[in-house]
Design a binder for this molecule. Structure first.
Ligand code: SF4
Ligand code: SF4
Length: 305
């Protein structure tokens, strides 16, 4: 059975990526399971999706703990323990990272035991929107059992409702990644079934039943969210054009779900980029279209602040 895990951030198309790859496997004659896993956060929060594919019925359930392939759409997750990118990897695992940092540096930095590859389209700003699709194209080639036309058909089937333009762009990204990974075709191999003999069922714990004043959660610490730099989640940075801004700051500042837009004494909004997670609610709600979205690497390099 193939066990593939995709890691990325909300908004990078990882949920769709899992579905696309699952459909491509299905069209190639496999039994398939695919599912995303994420919390209640908006765009930018770490998420993952996983795909199982086998020639026989799949009875395994739950999160993939021993992946054959880990695809990471956003390399800022690599060193974030909470993202769990390296959970369960072994020398059998192939790690594919969308990054401009060379694979040998990642291998050394992470002490990764298996093969590390990087996605050749990583440096293109436009690829940010299609990070998940690029990962699907690359993963489809790395497993070596999905034909090019099957991948294209999966894109049409799953994304057809988005219209010709978006289907065309996704197709181009997926097929380019597929072609670029040709030298590594088939390097991801099916993993073994975990042996059943040493399995021990978990023991039951009966927690004591306490009165509500003991058991109900009470949050005593105020403003602790300030300590979490959710700005690290951002893939797109909202940038305010102060020439267009009409100073109706009660709109953007009160609609920001994280309260990261303050109003300065002159009445202009100012974004706290340490905590802005890039959900772009402000951009959608600004009546003057004074806020634009800039891909984070481009914003950081170009000094758009
Ligand atoms: S909603 Fe738009 S125009 Fe109004 S203050 Fe905010 S950025 Fe400026
Ligand atoms: S400033 Fe804009 S993009 Fe950032 S968290 Fe607030 S609403 Fe979202």
């Amino acid at each position: 059975m193939y066990r593939l895990r995709f890691h990325g951030r909300g908004g990078q198309g990882l949920k769709t990526a899992g579905r696309l790859l699952g459909t491509a496997f299905f069209l190639a004659g496999f039994e398939v399971q695919d599912a995303p896993r994420y919390g209640a956060e908006r765009r930018g929060a770490p998420i993952f999706a996983y795909v199982r594919a086998a020639r026989e019925p799949i009875r395994e359930r739950g999160i993939i703990r021993r992946p054959d392939l880990v695809m990471v759409a956003d390399d800022t997750l690599m060193t974030m323990p909470a993202a769990g990118v390296l959970a369960g990897v072994s020398e059998h695992t192939v790690l594919l990272v969308r990054s401009t940092t060379p694979p040998e540096i990642w291998r050394e930095r992470l002490k990764f035991p298996g093969l590390v590859l990087t996605c050749p389209q990583a440096g293109e700003a436009a690829a940010l929107r299609f990070a998940g699709t690029a990962g699907v194209g690359a993963a489809a080639r790395l497993v070596g059992v999905i034909p090019r036309e099957g991948l294209a058909e999966a894109v049409h089937l799953e994304l057809g409702h988005l219209g010709e333009d978006l289907v065309g762009k996704n197709l181009e990204v997926a097929l380019t990644a597929y072609d670029l990974m040709a030298p590594h075709a088939g390097c991801v191999r099916e993993g073994q079934e975990p042996p059943a003999a040493p399995y021990e069922s978990p023991g039951w714990i009966d927690p004591p039943f306490n009165d509500a004043d003991l058991s109900a959660p009470v949050i005593h610490g105020a403003a602790t969210s300030l300590l979490v730099p959710t700005g690290l989640w951002r893939t797109l940075r909202p940038v305010i054009d102060y020439h267009r801004c009409k100073r109706c700051a009660w709109i953007c500042s009160s609609l920001c779900p994280d309260g990261t837009i303050a109003v300065n004494p002159q009445g202009y909004p100012e974004i706290d980029y340490q905590h802005c997670k890039g959900c772009l609610v402000c951009l959608a709600s600004c009546p003057s279209h004074a806020i634009r979205a800039v891909p984070e690497p481009q914003a950081a390099a170009g000094g758009t602040l």
